[in-house]
Ligand binder design. Structure first.
Ligand SMILES: Cc1cc2nc3c(=O)[nH]c(=O)nc-3n(C[C@H](O)[C@H](O)[C@H](O)COP(=O)(O)OP(=O)(O)OC[C@H]3O[C@@H](n4cnc5c(N)ncnc54)[C@H](O)[C@@H]3O)c2cc1C
Length: 384
């Protein structure tokens, strides 16, 4: 038997996350839209509500609730603010390499602070040379006594200017092997490391994205995360499941918001003496939004449930990430269309949803890359 329902505990988490999002995040959305800046109040509230602790094991101060729980919470938060969900999803993405590959000392040093929100995390892989090809990484490191020294530049990094615990991918500058990569925990304030340019995004305003510069940044050998030379595995293990899973949560929440706004508007807007919800073209759009939301949820929760059972689910997450982010973009377009002229007016949240939807695509790998992964997966048995 396959059980498609949430447990009582999961239902309670869903309800609590919705109440948290509506009471603590909704009031801050106009300010984030106007300034584009991260709300300190929201970061504090996320910490107090233990939202950063969801995936961290209990022995390190976390809640140990796992990835289905995380998806539930993210969906509810994205329903009111995709920007906040994106910020939160990347906190977990930055935490995951330490959970998976950290030494006991690293876990004890970093995870308790990350669980409370006293520390904020991110992962820095993408470079100006192209995010789809992380193997072409030019940020490099060399060994100097007991230290590693990192130089290079990362771009499009979520939480770039607020994170103080960063997993950074770099290439071994002393090796000719392009696969000789390593990941390091870089801390805010380390000499030679600084966030520089902050991006001005079309959507997800209130979620910080920017550039990081490393100039002879000296990192003690204790901050090597995983094995020297095996950095790609560290970065991709986190991005493949937690990064893509997080984007699924962002997409599902946004999709839900688009459908809810459209149902409300279609029921209230009167044309020809009746609500436009009686028009078949409007009904078709609403039905299509609902069908794709349900399908996306099944794909997303399938992958998260596999992850909770300790199974590898990066291919399933690639399927879910592709489907849900594309579907949310379609849903945002339909929501704007249903609103007619009001769909161009800032007073209506659908304009924000449309801009936020545009940002869903590239994060944690583009839709093209998701297809590359899925094709590689299904062709594997046929490879000679
Ligand atoms: C809001 C936001 C937040 C982000 N946060 C982070 C973060 O926290 N950390 C981090 O490291 N990165 C982050 N990124 C970077 C993100 O992972 C990259 O943008 C993404 O991987 C794409 O890389 P690119 O932008 O360099 O595009 P490119 O790799 O240059 O791709 C350009 C185009 O080529 C296509 N393409 C590339 N390769 C193939 C292929 N093999 N087959 C078919 N088509 C292909 C792509 O689909 C795309 O259409 C973020 C990006 C955004 C927009």
């Amino acid at each position: 038997m396959i059980d498609f329902s949430f447990s009582e505990e999961q239902e309670m988490l869903k309800q609590a996350s919705r109440e948290f999002a509506e009471s603590k995040i909704t009031p801050k959305v106009p300010e984030m839209e106007e300034t584009g800046k991260v709300s300190d109040d929201i970061v504090k509230a996320l910490g107090e509500a233990e939202m950063m602790a969801l995936t961290i094991p209990e022995e390190y101060g976390g809640l140990g609730l796992g990835y289905t729980a995380r998806l539930i919470a993210l969906e509810e938060i994205a329903r009111v603010s995709v920007a906040t969900a994106m910020m939160l999803q990347v906190f977990a993405l930055g935490i995951e390499p330490i959970i998976l590959f950290g030494t006991e000392e690293q876990k004890e040093k970093y995870l308790p602070g990350l669980a409370t929100g006293d520390r904020l995390a991110t992962v820095a892989v993408t470079e100006p040379g192209g995010g789809s090809d992380p193997g072409s990484c030019r940020t490099s490191y060399y060994r100097d006594g007991d230290d590693y020294v990192i130089s290079g530049r990362k771009c499009f990094i979520t939480n770039s200017h607020i994170a103080d615990t960063l997993t950074v991918l770099a290439k071994d500058g002393e090796s000719d092997d392009p696969r000789a990569l390593a990941t390091f925990i870089v801390e805010g304030g380390m000499a030679g490391f600084r966030p520089t340019h902050e991006e001005h995004k079309v959507g997800m305003r209130g979620c910080n994205t920017g550039e990081l510069v490393f100039e002879e940044c000296r990192v003690p050998k204790e901050n090597l995360l995983g094995q020297d030379g095996k950095g790609m595995r560290v970065a991709m293990s986190a991005i493949g499941m937690v990064g893509r899973g997080g984007m699924v949560g962002c997409a599902l929440g946004l999709h839900t918001a688009c459908l809810e706004a459209s149902l409300k508007f279609a029921s209230e807007r009167i044309l020809y003496g009746k609500p436009i919800s009686v028009l078949q073209t409007i009904q078709n759009k609403l039905a299509e939004m609902k069908i794709e939301l349900d399908a996306g949820r099944l794909l997303g929760y399938r992958a998260a449930s596999m992850q909770d059972q300790g199974m590898r689910a990066d291919n399933e997450f690639a399927v879910a990430k592709h489907f849900t982010t594309e579907a949310a973009q379609k849903a945002a377009k339909m929501a704007v269309d249903i609103h007619g002229g009001y769909g161009c007016m800032d007073e209506f949240a659908v304009t924000r949803y449309y801009r936020d939807a545009a940002v869903l695509g590239p994060s944690a790998g583009t839709s093209d890359i998701m297809k590359v992964i899925v094709a590689r997966w299904i062709l594997k048995p046929y490879r000679k």
